[in-house]
Design a protein around this ligand. Structure first.
Ligand code: GLN
Length: 200
């Protein structure tokens, strides 16, 4: 049984859970979902893959660095220690991967501009092309960040009108949109299948 950990500090968490379950059913892979709120949850779950949802990165940093949680530094250490660990970071999750602010290196080789598209009113939906899925994907952008400089070591994972909106580095995937808010389970299936491969 594959163990998938979900960072539950704030934001769009529950839809990720239902999307992960749907994706797992579609691939015929059994998963257990582990809600992570504090450092000990990560140790106990010992996950094969992690999801960092979207939401508000400032709030996530406050709750996840608080002494009652300490989840964020533990999650960053977990990710940093092995490039083959499958991780999906969406929107605020991508911000945390790019800029962990824990004194260590960036977890994806790109810098990111928060709220680069403007206010809530500038949120939008658009087809993106995903290089790793090899097809279009319905992108939901909510107060989305923008990658502003991307190192050559990163692989382009998704583009929108020629602009990079998704980056893969090792088995880490950072998307500036919310894949869980579309009906398409493609990126969640990608994570689960990858976790299955890495776990054996
Ligand atoms: N604007 C948010 C932030 O700065 C991210 C938005 C999102 O995750 N939908 O954290």
């Amino acid at each position: 049984m594959l163990r998938i950990g979900l960072v539950m500090l704030q934001g769009a968490r529950h839809v990720h859970m239902s999307t992960l379950q749907k994706a797992a059913d579609e691939c015929g892979i059994e998963i257990s979902l582990h809600e992570l709120r504090m450092k000990s949850d990560l140790t106990e779950a010992d996950p094969h893959a992690l999801v960092l949802p979207g939401g508000e990165s400032t709030t996530m940093r406050l709750t996840g660095n608080h002494e009652t949680s300490r989840l964020l530094p533990a999650v960053f250490d977990w990710i940093r220690s092995d490039l083959s660990r499958p991780v999906l970071g969406t929107c605020a999750g991508a911000i945390l991967l790019s800029d962990p602010q824990d004194g260590g290196t960036s977890l994806i080789p790109a810098s990111i501009d928060r709220n680069a598209y403007g206010r809530q009113a500038e949120s939008f939906q658009a087809e993106v092309y995903s290089e790793i899925l090899g097809r279009d994907f319905p992108g939901v952008f909510i107060r989305a960040p923008r990658f502003d400089s991307i190192d050559d070591s990163a692989q382009v994972a998704a583009t929108h009108e020629g602009e990079v909106v998704g980056i893969r580095y090792g088995n880490r995937l950072a998307l500036t949109f919310h894949p869980e808010l579309s009906n398409d389970t493609g990126f969640h299936r990608w994570l689960i299948e990858l976790a299955q491969e890495v776990a054996v």
